[in-house]
Design a protein around this ligand. Structure first.
Ligand SMILES: *Cc1c(COP(=O)(O)O)cnc(C)c1O
Length: 397
């Protein structure tokens, strides 16, 4: 059984803050301070270039990938770290298209995060040859999978509403039609019980600064099913994915297996922070996290609907159909959220009218849920959200 008192103590959370935005940026793991300081002073400072071997910087992307693999139902040796999620989506899609060379359609949905669609669009335009990105409603994905589709590119949990796709079912449907399945786990890894092997997924990618708490700019991960790993020839064929980077051959030869999905020099300092974040997950069972997450989101929805008139649920009501976040619509969602943040309850806003709240059982419990709803109810009741300062938009919402 996961000890959530222990995981709560592993995070630094500012006094007076209830943090319901771990789905955007996870909080600081206490141990990351010391781990990063040690990396900088002892490894970078003292070892200098020797750190690549002596401190294992070179093998870190693979080692950290194995730790993430456990959290997403993937075997060791199938996940590697590096770059950002947008880049990993590009790599996964280009690899999938290579494996399905006679087809020209990539299927996604309009609940996907725009960067995934932008990256797909950029890749397909550069390929030319009649490639086409088809974007349908989330509910229409299943029926839109036919024998013309090369790959589906789907984000499991919708970043705005928290709606969760049925990964196993859509993947099976894709395979039945001869298409490959690529899953974006940005709002799944560390949030829901993902089983990549059980769902027979072909490719997956995700970021580590959301529910995994790796810190701003933490590197992304990519998963390639073992059956494909030796077959794909990476389109981003950087030297760190070469079979022998230090042979400095002029010709590219892919490294064995998942290592070929590495591109360039890994972000070693960021990986140190991520390692500390992953220590928190060592004794955590994703099934426990999922169960707690459902309890917390159910409690939040019930309390908001009871105490906060004017807010309309934007997430699926059935907990099986949503991830670890809850969204509510409000005509002045931006201002209400700013007023809420000013009172120490941090969620976020997504255009046009969504207030978004993430629930991370590692550091959120019933007390935080109840206090957050009480504050929200009071912000709405006293009208303080309507002050001019709460209407001014910042660059990052
Ligand atoms: C957060 C998120 C991203 C972000 O991509 P980066 O390249 O890491 O900035 C991409 N896709 C989805 C679905 C996301 O939720």
């Amino acid at each position: 059984m996961t000890d959530f008192v222990k995981t709560r103590a592993a995070f630094h959370l500012p006094d007076g803050v209830i943090y319901l935005d771990g789905n955007s940026l996870g909080p600081l793991p206490v141990a990351a301070k010391e781990r990063v300081a040690r990396m900088v002073t002892q490894e970078w400072g003292e070892l200098l270039i020797r750190g690549w071997n002596a401190a294992g910087w070179y093998v870190q992307p693979r080692k950290v990938g194995d730790r993430i693999a456990r959290l997403i139902g993937a075997p060791p040796g199938t996940v590697v770290m590096g770059d950002t999620l947008s880049i990993k989506v590009y790599q996964a899609l280009s690899a999938a298209l290579q494996l399905n060379p006679d087809r020209r359609i990539v299927l996604s949905d309009n609940g996907n995060f725009p960067s995934d669609l932008y990256m797909a669009d950029g890749l397909l335009k550069s390929l030319g040859r009649d490639y086409q990105l088809k974007v349908v409603e989330p509910e229409a994905v299943e029926d839109a999978i036919d024998a013309s589709v090369a790959a589906i590119l789907i984000t499991e949990v919708d970043y705005r509403t928290g709606r969760r796709h049925d990964m196993k079912r859509l993947t099976a449907r894709a395979h039945a039609e001869g298409a490959l399945a690529i899953w974006d786990l940005a709002h799944s890894a560390g949030a829901v019980d993902v089983d990549l092997t059980g769902a027979d997924v072909d490719f997956a990618a995700g970021c580590t600064y959301k529910y995994l708490n790796g810190g701003p700019g933490a590197p992304a991960f990519i998963y390639v099913a073992p059956r494909h790993a030796e077959r794909v020839r990476p389109s981003l064929s950087g030297w760190m994915g070469h079979e022998a980077p230090f042979a400095f051959d002029l010709d590219y030869r892919p490294a064995p297996g998942i290592e070929r999905m590495r591109v360039g020099t890994p972000p070693v300092i960021a990986l140190a922070a991520l390692e500390a974040a992953l220590d928190v997950w060592e004794d955590v069972d994703m099934k426990d996290v999922r169960q707690r997450s459902i309890e917390l989101t159910e409690r939040f929805i019930a309390a908001v609907e009871r105490d906060c008139p004017g807010l309309v649920l934007g997430s699926p009501r059935d907990p099986a159909m949503r991830g670890s976040q809850v969204s509510f619509h409000h005509p002045h969602a931006y201002a209400v959220m700013q007023a809420l943040i000013a009172r120490g309850v941090i969620g976020d806003f997504r255009a046009p009218d969504v207030m978004r709240f993430g629930f991370t059982p590692l550091f959120i419990g019933e007390a935080e849920v109840d206090a957050a709803v009480a504050t929200l109810a009071s912000v709405l009741a006293d009208g303080s959200w309507d002050r001019p300062e709460f209407h001014r938009r910042a660059a990052v919402t």
